[in-house]
Every structure is written in structure tokens, then in C-alpha cells.
Design a protein around this ligand. Structure first.
Ligand SMILES: C[S@@+](CC[C@H](N)C(=O)[O-])C[C@H]1O[C@@H](n2cnc3c(N)ncnc32)[C@H](O)[C@@H]1O
Length: 407
């Protein structure tokens, strides 16, 4: 049996269970959910399959060990005890990414430097020479995670984080990370077999991720992974990935459902258009100017509306009070679409009450540093045919005017 590696995949906080589900589908074994990620076991081909196919993971780490590392000397000694000569040679480049929590060390830069020094010194002793550091595009990325005096060291299989699919050529002010958008789609049960609409699509992340799912395209098909350049595992990884990539290309399917993105900002739509084309989904994803508070008729048959409305006062419409009015109008507009499930990621605590509908599902999710809530408003059973313009049927509605309307 092929040797299994013990790995750790990271994801946005609040989406770890979704990543665990996805990893199971991708063939990972002994899956254990943790804060900020999921531990699992996988043979090299399974691990590469995860790199290529995971929509939700951010990084895939290969832990080298955990160490007590008291003070600067303790840190140096712990790092120098690792057999780096098994992972690095003198003709590859490397970099150290350090993150700290509750430590006596003031800077992650200092810790990264100490780790780098210990690696270099050990390799000089063992190999007679040292590899160069390349912080921009290293062959081997060492991740040092220091909590109090406990140091974890890992190698990062993917390099550039997995959310960088390569299609975001034109960002907008508050884009969702690609892997978070994919996690939201999974939470909402999207499998690419029903229509998808984002009425406030911004740079297009949700509709692009939906398009990739519907197309059954591997999210990592357009990029490479750091492990391909590792001195010892690299040649085998390249061989395995050639087969996995060929299989992934054969796996693609024609998209049979409408995928639509609207936004009221011309600039956002221009960015979305560039991104959709870069994702090679120009035929599958349609974009149009539109006001989410006055949504016109959507395709017959219903489907999923998934959106991420503005959280703050970017609309210039009178602070929290203006936002509440906006959310209420949005609720009114979406309530008029029976047959459509509505899922919203909101970072404004005022959203839920102003939207005036009772969610069937809610989960806390972190959008980077912003604590958000994902709210799932399901269409009641039996309303598969849309009755456009019949308000109050698709959502469980509390049809009272909000107080702020009359303030
Ligand atoms: C938080 S951003 C969405 C980001 C998007 N998920 C992405 O990944 O790029 C909110 C978007 O809502 C749009 N927006 C605000 N009010 C709107 C309205 N009434 N109708 C349509 N779009 C609106 C903004 O132009 C902005 O692009």
C-alpha cells in the first residue's frame, strides 16, 4: 500500500465541516476537523487530487512536527533539530512564512529570520552549502506557527494559496475569496444542476465559482503547485499530476443551467466580465446591470440566489439606518421570487432583522477578519414553479414594516 502522508488543509473559519465533507469525497482518510482546517491522511496521489480539486481549502500543509520552543535559542534549537536535508537541497529556493499568537516575540519577521537561520546552518553542516531564499516564488515554503512557546513546522504543498485560481484579473473593493464563495455554494447545496443568480455579484466570484462547479472543472486546473518543485517528491508529483490533470480535463461537462450575475455598478460589472472571461466561462455566465432591490423576472423553474450584499455605508445612503432600509427593500424584492432559495452572507448584524424573513439555516463564517453570518432562506416545498410578482410566498416572512422605515 502506498505510504500515507498526514496533512492539514486550511479553510476559512466556519467552513471546516464543509471542507471535511469535500475531502472525504476526494478520497482523504482519517479526517478530523480542527479550528481553521482539517487534518487528514492521504497517499501522494490523493493529496495531489486534493490540491487540484479542493474548492474550499486554502493551503495543504505537510506537518513536520511540533516542538517546545522557549525563547529565541529554544526556537533556533527546535528548528535545527529537523532533518531539513530530507526536504531541501542546495539547488532549490525556500522561504519561511511565520505566524504567531501569544508569544514573547514581537515580530513574525524575527521568528521567520530565526527559523531561516537554523535551517541554513543545519544544511551548511549536513550538505556543505545552503539553498537560496526566494520570498516571492519559493520552491519550498516552510510554515512556522508559534503559539506561546509551542512551534509547529510544516511544508506547504500548494505554494500560492489555493483560492488564487488565476481568474481574478480585475478585483473590486470587497471581493469574496474564491474558496469562501465555493464553501458558501456547498453550504447552500449547489451542485451545478440548477439555476444560480447573484444579484449583487461585484467582481463575479460567486457566479464564477458556480460556473466552475456546473462545468465540473477542477479549480486548480490552470495553476501549478509548489510540491511539483520539491527536490525529493517533485518528480513523482509531476508524473501523478499529469494524469490527474488529463482526467480532470475529460471530466468537464456542458453547463445546462442559467448562471446570472447582476450588479448596479458599471465598474463592478466590467471587472466581473474580465474575470468571467479569464475563467473561460464567457458562454456559461451571463452578466447584466440590475438593481437587486428591483429584481426583474428570473428564469423559470427557480434555483438558487446566493449573494453577499454590502455590509457598510458604501452606498452613501445614511449609515446604519440607510443600510436597514436597503436590506428591507432587498427582502421585499427577493420575497417576490417564489421557487428560489435565497442564501445571503452578511457581515452587518442589522441585516437579519431588517431583511424580515426567518432563516431556515444560519452559520457563522469568517470573511477574512470579518465575522459574518450565512443565512439560508428556503423556498417552501411545492413552490417549484415561480409565480413572479406574488410577494410573500417564497420566504418565511414576517410581513411587518420595520421600525426604521418611519424613523
Ligand atoms: C460586498 S460586494 C459583493 C462582492 C462580490 N461577492 C465579489 O466577490 O466580488 C457588494 C456588491 O453589491 C453591489 N450593490 C450594492 N447595491 C446594489 C443594488 N441595489 N443592486 C445591485 N447591486 C448592488 C455593489 O456594487 C457591490 O459590487
Amino acid at each position: 500500500m502506498a505510504e500515507r502522508l498526514a496533512l492539514f488543509a486550511t479553510a476559512a473559519r466556519g467552513t471546516e465541516d464543509l471542507l471535511a465533507e469535500e475531502l472525504k469525497e476526494l478520497g482523504a482518510k482519517r479526517i478530523r476537523q480542527d479550528r481553521g482546517g482539517v487534518r487528514f491522511m492521504a497517499a501522494l496521489d490523493e493529496a495531489l487530487n486534493v490540491c487540484l480539486w479542493s474548492r474550499i481549502a486554502m493551503r495543504v500543509l505537510y506537518p513536520l512536527g511540533e516542538f517546545e520552543a522557549p525563547g529565541a535559542q529554544g526556537l533556533y534549537d527546535a528548528v535545527a533539530s529537523v532533518p531539513w536535508e530530507e526536504h531541501l537541497t542546495t539547488n532549490v529556493t525556500f522561504a519561511v512564512d511565520a505566524n504567531l499568537k501569544d508569544t514573547e516575540h514581537a515580530h513574525s519577521g524575527f521568528v521567520a529570520l530565526k527559523v531561516k537561520d537554523a535551517i541554513v546552518d543545519r544544511l551548511r553542516t549536513k550538505l556543505g552549502s545552503r539553498p537560496d531564499v526566494d520570498t516571492r516564488n519559493p520552491d519550498v515554503s516552510v510554515v512556522a506557527h508559534l503559539v506561546k512557546e509551542k512551534l509547529s513546522l510544516s511544508l506547504d504543498l500548494v505554494g500560492d494559496p489555493l483560492h488564487r485560481r488565476g481568474y481574478r484579473v480585475r478585483p473590486t473593493p470587497a471581493p469574496l475569496k474564491e474558496n469562501l464563495a465555493a464553501a458558501l455554494l456547498r453550504a447552500a447545496g449547489y451542485t451545478g444542476q440548477e439555476a444560480l443568480v447573484d444579484p449583487m455579484c461585484g467582481s463575479g466570484t460567486i457566479v464564477i465559482e458556480g460556473g466552475l462547479i456546473a462545468r465540473r472543472r477542477a479549480p486548480g486546473i490552470g495553476r501549478s503547485f509548489a510540491v511539483e518543485r520539491w527536490p525529493h517528491m517533485g518528480p513523482r508529483a509531476r508524473e501523478l499530476l499529469a494524469d490527474l490533470r488529463a482526467d480532470a480535463r475529460r471530466n468537464e461537462r456542458k453547463v445546462e443551467v442559467p448562471i446570472l450575475g447582476f450588479d448596479k455598478s458599471e465598474e463592478a460589472l466590467e471587472a466581473a466580465d474580465r474575470n468571467v472571461k479569464a475563467a473561460k466561462l464567457g458562454e456559461e455566465v451571463q452578466l447584466a446591470e440590475g438593481d437587486a432591490t428591483k429584481l426583474g423576472p428570473l428564469p423559470e423553474g427557480g434555483g438558487l440566489i446566493l449573494t453577499n450584499p454590502p455590509y457598510g455605508d458604501r452606498l452613501g445612503s445614511g449609515g446604519q439606518k440607510g443600510m436597514k432600509t436597503f436590506y428591507f427593500k432587498l427582502g421585499d424584492s427577493l420575497r417576490a421570487l417564489p421557487g428560489w432559495k435565497v442564501w445571503v452572507l452578511s457581515g452587518n448584524p442589522a441585516f437579519e432583522s431588517a431583511f424580515h424573513a426567518r432563516p431556515a439555516i444560519r452559520r457563522d463564517v469568517w470573511n477574512g477578519p470579518i465575522p459574518c453570518t450565512l443565512l439560508g432562506y428556503r423556498a417552501p416545498a411545492g413552490l417549484s414553479k415561480p409565480v413572479l410578482g406574488a410577494p410573500g410566498e417564497s420566504l418565511e416572512v414576517a410581513p411587518v414594516r420595520p421600525e426604521h422605515e418611519d424613523e
